[in-house]
Design a protein around this ligand. Structure first.
Ligand code: SF4
Ligand code: SF4
Length: 63
């Protein structure tokens, strides 16, 4: 079971553009079967908010 939340993803806002996935240094982001961004192991997140800054729709935020 996943204990969240460092990486918060609003799947209603995510377009599946993949920008955050490309720039995430520890590569913990991926697209799920539905084409929305999902996080694997958020304990590896550097919390530097690169994804948050680059996401064109504001779908991903870091706590
Ligand atoms: S804050 Fe950085 S390490 Fe964490 S999910 Fe976003 S890009 Fe990846
Ligand atoms: S950058 Fe934003 S819209 Fe694009 S895949 Fe990531 S969370 Fe979704």
């Amino acid at each position: 079971m996943k204990v969240d939340k460092i990486v918060n993803i609003n799947k209603d806002l995510c377009t599946g553009c993949g920008v955050c996935i490309k720039i995430c240094p520890p590569k913990i982001l991926y697209l799920d079967e539905g084409g929305a961004c999902e996080v694997k192991d958020e304990s590896l997140c550097d919390r530097l908010r690169g994804c948050e800054r680059k996401c064109p729709t504001g779908a991903i935020t870091i706590s």
